[in-house]
Design a protein around this ligand. Structure first.
Ligand SMILES: CC(C)(COP(=O)(O)OP(=O)(O)OC[C@H]1O[C@@H](n2cnc3c(N)ncnc32)[C@H](O)[C@@H]1OP(=O)(O)O)[C@@H](O)C(=O)NCCC(=O)NCCS
Length: 280
C-alpha cells in the first residue's frame, strides 16, 4: 500500500478511540488486541501515565497503526495491508523491546527486517479462548456470599486487594465511564462480612468478549468465586451477542494460578506473547 501516512501524537481520548477502532476492525484470533482490554489498560491507572508515549497513523482518513511506548517497551498494532509503515513506527519508537503475539507472523517478519529478533523472557502471557456455547448454568455461591452491584468503591477495593495495588475509587469511576463499559458485564461477589471478595469484568466487541480483569481477595481464594464471577460475566457477554471469549494469563510456570483458574472454566491456550529485541 502506498500513499502518505499521517502520524497523530497524543494521549487524549482520541488516541484510545483510534486504538480501539483499529483493534475492532482487525480483531481475529491472530490479533493480539481486543478493543475491550485496550479500554481497561488505558483506564486502570486513571489515564495515560506521563511516562508513556502514544501515536497512531492514518492513511486516507483510516487508522492503520498505533504504537504505545510504555517506558521503552513497545506495544503496537499494524494493519497487515500497511506493513511498509513498520519502518516509520520503529523510527518513532527508537527503543529496543517490542511485544507481539506469536500468531502475528507478518508483523514479526516486518520487525525482523528492522533488526528485532525473538528473545523470550522467562515470563510471558498466554492467550486462552473458549466458546460461549455450553456455558454452565449459574450455581449457588458458597454459604453467606452474595452478588452485589459493582459500585465503584467496592470494585476499586477488590481490585486493590486482589492485585496488591492501590486503585482509588475515582479511577474505577473512570473505567465505568469508558464508552464500552457495560454494568451487566461487571460482576461482584461480597463476603459474609460485607467485604468485597471477588470480581470479574468482561468487555464485548462484536461477537468476541474478553475478561479483563478477574480477581479474588487472598482471604477468599479457592472457593470457586473467580470462576462464579467469570461465568456470570461470560453469560452476560453471551446475552449481548458474544459467541467466543478470550482471556490472557501468565503462560509460564512462575505464576500458574490465573491460567489454572481459566482452564478450570474451559479456556484453552491458543497463542502467546513473544518478546522481540533489537540489540543496542
Ligand atoms: C487467579 C485468581 C483470580 C483465582 O481466584 P479464585 O477465586 O481462588 O479461583 P477459583 O476458586 O474460582 O479457582 C477455580 C480453580 O482454578 C484453579 N486454581 C485457582 N487458583 C489456583 C492456584 N493458586 N494454583 C493452582 N490452581 C488454581 C483450581 O483448579 C481451582 O479449583 P480448585 O480450588 O477446586 O482446585 C486469584 O488467585 C487472584 O485474584 N489472583 C491475583 C489476580 C490475578 O492473577 N488475576 C487473574 C489475571 S487477570
Amino acid at each position: 500500500m502506498t500513499g502518505a501516512y499521517q502520524r497523530v501524537d497524543g494521549a487524549g481520548p482520541e488516541q484510545l478511540a483510534a486504538m480501539r477502532d483499529l483493534a475492532g476492525r482487525l480483531w481475529s484470533w491472530s490479533s493480539r488486541w481486543h478493543p475491550g482490554e485496550l479500554a481497561w489498560f488505558w483506564h486502570e491507572h486513571g489515564g495515560p501515565d506521563p511516562a508513556w508515549r502514544t501515536a497512531y497513523w492514518r492513511h486516507r482518513g483510516r487508522v492503520v497503526a498505533w504504537a504505545w511506548d510504555r517506558g521503552g517497551r513497545l506495544d503496537l498494532q499494524l494493519d497487515p495491508s500497511h506493513l511498509a509503515l513498520t519502518e516509520q513506527v520503529v523510527a518513532w519508537f527508537g527503543g529496543h523491546t517490542v511485544t507481539v503475539l506469536d500468531a502475528e507472523t507478518e508483523l514479526i517478519d516486518a520487525l525482523g527486517e528492522h533488526g528485532y529478533a525473538r528473545r523470550d523472557d522467562d515470563r510471558f502471557f498466554a492467550h486462552l479462548r473458549r466458546s460461549l456455547d455450553g456455558l454452565p448454568a449459574a450455581a449457588p455461591l458458597p454459604d453467606g456470599y452474595t452478588w452485589q452491584p459493582a459500585d465503584a468503591a467496592a470494585r476499586a477495593a477488590i481490585h486493590s486487594v486482589a492485585f496488591g495495588v492501590t486503585m482509588p475509587e475515582a479511577v474505577y469511576r473512570g473505567v465505568q465511564r469508558a464508552p464500552s463499559y457495560r454494568p451487566e458485564l461487571d460482576q461482584l461477589i461480597v463476603a459474609p462480612d460485607g467485604a468485597p471478595a471477588a470480581s470479574a469484568l468482561a468487555w464485548v466487541d462484536g461477537d468476541a468478549a474478553v475478561l479483563e480483569p478477574v480477581g479474588t481477595s487472598p482471604d477468599h481464594r479457592r472457593r470457586g468465586l473467580a470462576g462464579a464471577a467469570s461465568l456470570a460475566a461470560l453469560r452476560a457477554a453471551r446475552d449481548l451477542g458474544a459467541r467466543d471469549a478470550r482471556v490472557c494469563a501468565r503462560g509460564d510456570d512462575g505464576y500458574p494460578a490465573a491460567r489454572a483458574a481459566y482452564e478450570a472454566l474451559g479456556f484453552r491456550v491458543y497463542a502467546r506473547n513473544v518478546r522481540l529485541v533489537r540489540p543496542a
